[in-house]
Design a protein. Sequence first.
Length: 115
Amino acid sequence: QVQLVESGGGLVQAGGSLRLSCAASGITFSANTMGWYRQAPGKKRELVATISSGGSTNYADSVKGRFTISRDNRKNTVDLQMSSLKPEDTAVYYCNAELLGLRRWGQGTQVTVSS
């Protein structure tokens, strides 16, 4: 059974930091491209950051220089370090695992940034 379990969301003031973590099970973690996506109320889900099986990273322009994605293939975890948070970063953040076009999603964790 595939499980992606996010943690670390919460309420933070603008300019603050949060670290999200996603623990994966039931997949060959090291082979998957792992990613974080987010969805704000009334908006489409959008890519935040991805990290390939080889460690290559990709970021949305809106978070470059502020967010860092990392993975630990021994622990089957992928983290998202978020700094200099802005109110527009408020959303539900979802962990994603992708392999050969097959995508799996976590249940999401809420991040709220107050101004």
